[in-house]
Design a binder for this molecule. Structure first.
Ligand code: AMP
Ligand code: GLY
Length: 427
């Protein structure tokens, strides 16, 4: 098969790494790709949001199957476009992708289909939002969310009325989050532990992927700003894979969303990622994503003992034949090496060395923000590399990953030192 993988991050590199383990891959085009190179892969200089150009490329090259990594092309309707033109592609269409691209849509959808979530209200007008914040219904802290895609940044937690008023101003009046700030969702603050569950869905049925956790904050001990993810590990230490608890999450959250989408006439095919808060009153949905998580994918795929390409093709055909996925009992952990300054501003163009040595020390190095320039590998983004290790426990994974990381050098290399540290697995 000739494949096209759309994206440029660590997640897409991990998808390619896993797909390359299938026997029937002739070539993988990677658009726009990163510095990863393999005899079967080739970068294509088309950005993920240039959906028409991607279509033209896929038709010209007679691509058999395409895989979309990130939410932006999905929210632009790339799957609708490819399928209308008779091309096979993995991911949800534009309408079901609203489960990620519109928080107000998702809140109403969850209400309609009894998916447990935080209580909420939605406003377009500043004055009405402020009146609501002054009402008896509201207690603090409270959570404000800009409606649309905001690269994980559109969520503000306000401790009191003053902060909340300021937050509503930033979202609705100052439009700090761009067009996604046309509506604000104000929701109850939930307390508990967070976890995320991912499932592949063929429109009707879902099969859970291995569990994972990510490390969102930039600094050790979960200090610093929120980022796209500074590291991750699988399985999640707080929910046991295969347990009744996980099956109840599948029933109450993933499968209700699937049957709801079917009822709406927009079956969901692709990866459904549920971000959850495990509260005293049971798991509640914080958000849906409609694609593989990054960096969760980088720790899940090394544990998945199945042919990923077969799964993705079956999903796109609406006929997933798997009942569950064989998963290794090993642990997996990834540490993200970032450019100095990330998630705020950072420089690009630093030369990278030591990947070969890191790989020889038995780690898997997934490329993210890297590129090749005049034959040299240089940094090209905030999250640069994902140094990933598999082992029988998280301590062994940590040793391997951090040892591998010690070989990798570039100016300003920054990473958290506490990924996988002091993990107590609940069984
Ligand atoms: P989201 O993009 O909706 O997942 O929100 C990003 C982060 O904000 C989550 O991972 C939580 O840490 C936090 N968050 C979002 N909604 C709530 C809520 N209702 N209560 C408490 N924390 C929340
Ligand atoms: N790691 C969170 C996400 O992919 O959205």
């Amino acid at each position: 098969m000739k494949l096209l993988v759309i994206g440029s991050g660590g997640r897409e590199s991990a998808l390619i790494w896993k797909i390359l383990q299938s026997n029937n891959v002739e070539k993988i085009f990677f658009a726009p790709g990163n510095g990863f190179q393999n005899e079967k892969t080739q970068n294509v200089q088309i950005k993920a949001e240039e959906t028409e150009s991607l279509l033209k490329f896929a038709r010209d090259e007679k691509i058999d199957f395409s895989v979309v990594g990130s939410e932006i092309p999905l929210s632009l309707g790339i799957v609708d476009l490819f399928e209308k033109n008779g091309l096979k592609i993995y991911g949800p269409k534009k309408e079901p992708a609203k489960l990620e691209s519109s928080k107000s849509f998702t809140k109403r959808f969850c209400l309609k289909y009894s998916i447990p979530q935080a209580r909420f209200a939605t406003f377009e007008e500043y004055e009405k939002a402020i009146d609501y914040l002054k009402s008896k219904e509201v207690s603090f802290p409270i959570v404000l969310k800009a409606d649309g895609l905001a690269a994980g940044k559109g969520v503000l937690i306000s401790r009191d009325f003053k902060e909340a008023q300021e937050g509503v101003k930033r979202i609705l009046l100052q439009k700090e989050f761009g067009y996604s700030g046309e509506k604000v969702v104000i929701e109850e603050f939930l307390e508990g532990e967070e976890c995320s569950i991912m499932a592949v869905c063929d429109g009707e049925k879902s099969v859970l992927l291995p569990t994972a956790r990510d490390y969102k904050r930039s600094l050790d001990n979960d200090k610093g700003e929120n980022t796209g993810g500074m590291g991750g590990l699988s399985p999640s230490p707080i929910v046991k894979e295969g347990s009744d608890f996980v099956s109840s999450i599948k029933d109450k959250i993933v499968d209700r969303a699937l049957s709801g989408m079917q009822e709406e006439g927009h079956p969901f095919k692709g990866t459904l990622y549920a971000g959850l808060m495990l509260t005293e009153n049971g798991p509640k949905l914080l958000e849906f994503n409609v694609r593989f998580g990054d960096p969760e994918t980088q720790v899940i795929l090394p544990r998945l003992e199945e042919n990923l390409l077969e799964i993705l093709v079956q999903v796109s055909e609406g006929n997933l034949k798997f009942k569950n996925f064989k998963t290794s009992l090993n642990r997996c952990l990834t540490v993200v090496a970032t450019s100095k300054g990330y998630p705020a501003s950072y420089e690009k163009g630093m030369e990278i060395s030591g990947i070969k040595e890191a790989e020889e020390s038995k780690a898997i190095v997934f490329h993210a923000g890297t590129t090749l320039k005049e034959g040299k590998l240089i940094t090209n983004g905030g999250r640069v590399l994902n140094v990933t290790a598999v082992g029988e426990d998280f301590n062994k994974c940590r040793e391997k990953a951090y040892r591998a990381l010690s070989f990798i050098k570039f100016n300003g290399i920054t990473y958290r030192n506490d990924i996988g540290l002091k993990i107590v697995e609940r069984v």
